[in-house]
Design a protein around this ligand. Structure first.
Ligand SMILES: [Zn+2]
Length: 341
């Protein structure tokens, strides 16, 4: 795609009449389909073109952000627009480009801002930073991602519950892209929780993926072997869930029980209900036993000691799953952190 035809020696037009880059009638500018992105600094000295969008920024600052681009920009660029070098970023989505340029040129305060940023924005930063070796941006973006898909059980549980950590907002479907970013950047600590979140998605979402939040129409879909890992893990987790249900409601009262007759009757009633299929609890990693049982919790006739006993058993079941989490997905992670909560 050609972008502009006027050379550095072409006469500059008065600012008021400066052509829009997509204006075919303007003399000195060839017909182009590129439209101007919001990032267009009139005194910029470099035009970046990506997927039909142009950005005018500052060469020196960009080169400082990326050794890859610094190399490219050290050579004279044959194509010019309004006296600026034109650089085509091939294969990059303009939304990804805009987001990373926004960070570099408009919002460097985001490096220090503790507010959560949308996952899709962080994903754009990572894709661009990985490709162009923007180390500072990559470290920053991965730190945000790790704050959600954490290897710390309580941090991850809080984030999952709130659909956000302190620095990133994440939907469950975003886990698919998170797995791909973890593999792209070799950040394997993200994988257990990201794959677990994928394994809890609906089958169509897991199999067919989700559209990326940009203009490319890209579908984020797991690699086939990761889909198999999720399906296998789902089966193993379901089995474990059933086992946990029986272990939690094992009809054995607390040794501190204050009402053995009633408490035992409640345990036995629950066990029978589970066996008959009328009660199936989902002991997810993210929920405590009280949250799993929910509103009916208060309806159980259990003494305080047996309530504590149930909570303890539920917590143990959850910790067991957490400890084994990497192995469900065939991940060898000897330093996987134990849930200390
Ligand atoms: Zn009791």
């Amino acid at each position: 795609m050609a972008f502009g035809a006027s050379g550095p020696d072409s006469p500059r037009k008065p600012k008021a009449k400066r052509p829009r880059v997509e204006d075919p009638s303007s003399p000195g500018v060839r017909l182009i389909k590129t439209s101007r992105g919001e990032l267009w600094f009139d005194d910029g000295n470099l035009v970046l073109a990506a997927g039909g969008t142009a950005f005018r920024v500052y060469k020196g600052i960009l080169a400082k952000s990326s050794p890859v681009l610094a190399d490219v920009l050290s050579e004279p660029q044959p194509e010019k627009c309004e006296g600026c070098d034109v650089l085509h970023l091939r294969g990059d989505d303009p939304v990804d480009v805009a987001r990373v340029l926004e960070l570099i040129f408009c919002s460097p305060d985001l490096y220090y801002d503790g507010k959560p940023v949308r996952f899709s924005v962080v994903a754009s930063w990572i894709r661009m930073a990985d490709k162009y070796k923007m180390h500072r941006i990559l470290d920053h973006a991965l730190a945000r991602l790790r704050s959600f898909f954490s290897d710390d059980a309580s941090q991850w549980r809080d984030a999952l519950r709130n659909h956000a950590s302190r620095s990133i907002k994440v939907n469950a479907e975003d886990a698919i892209a998170a797995v791909k970013l973890a593999r792209l950047t070799g950040t394997f600590s993200l994988l257990p929780t990201a794959l677990y979140t994928c394994s809890q998605l609906s089958s169509p979402t897991l199999l067919f993926g989700v559209f990326r939040d940009d203009t490319s129409g890209t579908v984020e879909k797991l690699a086939e072997d990761d889909i198999v890992r999720c399906l296998d893990a789902r089966e193993a987790l379901t089995r474990l869930n059933l086992l946990s249900t029986f272990q939690v409601w094992n009809p054995r009262v607390s040794h501190m029980c204050m009402d053995t007759v009633n408490c035992l009757a409640t345990f036995e009633h629950q066990t029978r209900a589970i066996r008959e299929g009328s009660v199936v609890h989902q002991y997810t990693l993210s929920a405590t036993i009280r949250e799993v049982i929910g509103d009916v919790y208060d309806a159980f006739i259990l003494c305080f000691a047996c309530e504590r006993e149930i909570e303890k058993r539920g917590e143990k079941a959850r910790q067991d799953v957490w400890r084994m989490l990497p192995t469900f997905f065939g991940l060898d992670m000897p330093n996987w952190m134990l849930d200390t909560q």
